[in-house]
Design a protein around this ligand. Structure first.
Ligand code: SF4
Length: 85
């Protein structure tokens, strides 16, 4: 579904402007996610966006009702590290 007046060009321009605002460390997740071929990058990008671009904060996420909670790679890495120690 597309909004009236929202074109492919508008979408690309919006995404370019969004990526321009993101730290260079995380741009790649967004570029891959926008390609439509990298779901893991899409989850990483959303979790970073949700956590003010702080991966440690994303790892401490306790919003269990979030549909991405079980897929949050930052939280999963933290759980894995705790289980190894
Ligand atoms: S899993 Fe947590 S950090 Fe990721 S989008 Fe959901 S609420 Fe945000």
């Amino acid at each position: 579904m597309k909004f009236v007046g929202y074109t492919e060009e508008t979408k690309e321009q919006d995404r370019k402007e969004w990526i321009d605002k993101i730290s260079v460390n995380y741009k790649n997740h967004f570029v891959k996610a926008y390609s439509g071929k990298a779901r893991t990058s899409a989850v990483k990008a959303k979790c970073l966006d949700c956590s003010t671009y702080d991966s440690a904060e994303a790892g401490r996420c306790n919003i269990t009702v979030c549909p991405l909670y079980e897929y949050n790679p930052y939280r999963r890495n933290l759980v894995r590290r705790k289980n190894q120690s």
